[in-house]
Design a protein around this ligand. Structure first.
Ligand code: AMP
Ligand code: GLY
Length: 419
């Protein structure tokens, strides 16, 4: 089989490595992939948002199955366009991807179907939003409606901060059209849990839970990032919480999307907060999380391609989806200065024996050498029977990897250990 994976980061790398485990897989193309994947896939310089280019490539290269891993090509209808030319793919249609690409849609969906989430108001007019903030309780949360590279959420401690966020989003168009509509919502507290799930619209199978570490610095300080590390499972996601999530959040969301005529097929990601009033949805994503995938997929015992194809063909109920009972930890090695500004082009050395679970995100091949080429450079994962051993294993690997200007958090998994 010839497979195509759309995207180019660490998440795509772990997906590619898992797909490789299926003996029927002959070729894997990554569009665009990155230089660090060259041993696992053929990288093709077509951007993940170049839908015409992707569709053309697929039809010219006898692609049997496509995995669209990144949010923007999904929102742009990549899976729909491939289906039109008879190429099956993993990932939601553009209609269903709206659950991530519009926060207003997601919030209104939850309200309509009684799915627990933070209370909120939607604004299309800046002055209305500013007026509302005169009285709103703080802290408060201001969110741009559309995709904003994970930067469209502001937790405002004061009304003035909240107003500034509104002015930037709606007045100065900091995120372009993504800020034409905004959501202002209640600030919730409690531990956060990420749960990725496979769903074909009829069946929903949650994967092992995980915990992201979004802040750049140790002790959850510094700026928000795409994610500096993850552990799985998440100790706050107890059996009771899992049962309640299934009953009050996961299945109701799947059914709500069906009722709206937007059946979701693919990986539906639930960003949850376990509040004192029970689990609530912070956000939905229409794809695997990055770096959540780098801890969840290494624990998947079942064949990934088999599960993905079952999702596409709406027979998920017929396959088993099994996870290892162990633990995983992923430490992200980034470029000093991320997420603001950083230098690129430093040579990366990874000892051969630890390449297996080292997932390459921001790197390129230059004169045959692997060099840094992004903010988040590597996701270094280890799995083990206990969380403590997984953490130790991941950091032991990190110690063996070298590139100039590397920085990483030293406390990935610490909160989970304390829980
Ligand atoms: P998002 O981009 O929606 O994932 O939001 C980024 C982060 O902001 C989340 O991971 C939470 O830590 C935080 N956040 C979002 N919404 C809320 C909320 N209503 N209350 C408290 N924290 C929130
Ligand atoms: N790590 C969070 C995300 O992928 O959205």
């Amino acid at each position: 089989m010839n497979i195509m994976v759309v995207g180019g980061g660490g998440r795509e790398h772990v997906i590619i490595k898992k797909l490789r485990e299926n003996p029927a897989v002959e070729m894997i193309y990554a569009l665009p992939g990155n230089g660090g994947m060259a041993g696992d896939a053929v990288c093709v310089p077509i951007g993940a948002t170049d839908i015409d280019g992707i569709v053309r490539f697929a039809s010219e290269h006898q692609i049997d199955y496509a995995v669209v891993a990144q949010d923007d090509p999904l929102a742009l209808g990549c899976v729909d366009r491939l289906a039109e030319i008879g190429i099956p793919g993993f990932g939601p249609s553009a209609d269903a991807a709206l659950i991530e690409s519009s926060k207003v849609f997601a919030k209104d969906l939850m309200k309509k179907y009684g799915i627990p989430t933070a209370r909120y108001e939607v604004f299309t007019d800046m002055d209305d939003a500013l007026r509302y903030l005169e009285e709103a309780p703080v802290p408060t949360v201001v969110k741009a409606d559309g995709l904003a590279l994970g930067k469209g959420v502001v937790i405002a401690q004061t009304r003035e901060e909240a107003k500034e966020a509104v002015r930037q989003m709606m007045g100065e168009h900091k995120f372009g059209a993504s800020g034409d509509q905004i959501v202002i919502e209640e600030f919730l507290t409690g531990p956060e849990v990420s749960v990725l799930s496979f769903t074909d619209g009829k069946t929903l199978v949650p994967m092992v839970s995980s915990m992201d570490h979004k802040r750049a610095g140790d002790g959850d300080t510094g700026l928000n990032t795409g994610g500096m590390g993850t552990v799985a499972p998440n100790p706050y996601y107890t059996e009771d919480v899992a049962e309640e999530c299934m009953r009050s959040i996961f299945l109701p969301t799947m059914e709500a999307m069906n009722k709206e005529g937007r059946t979701f097929k693919g990986c539906l990601y639930f960003g949850l907060m376990i509040t004192k009033d029970g689990p609530k949805v912070i956000e939905y994503n229409c794809r695997f999380g990055d770096p959540e995938a780098q801890v969840v997929l290494p624990l998947l015992k079942s064949d990934l391609l088999t599960v993905m194809q079952a999702v596409t063909e709406e027979r998920l109920a017929e396959v088993t989806v099994e996870f290892d009972s162990g633990h995983a930890c992923c430490v992200v090695m980034a470029s000093e200065g991320y997420p603001v500004s950083y230098e690129k082009g430093y040579e990366i050395t990874i000892p051969e024996e630890i390449t297996g679970m080292t997932y390459v995100a921001g790197a390129a091949l230059k004169d045959g050498k692997l060099v840094t080429n992004g903010g988040r450079v590597l996701g270094v994962t280890a799995t083990a029977k206990t969380l403590a051993e997984a953490i130790e294993g991941a950091y032991a690997k990190v110690e063996k990897i070298h590139f100039d200007n590397a920085f990483y958090r030293h406390d990935i998994g610490k909160r989970a250990m304390e829980a």
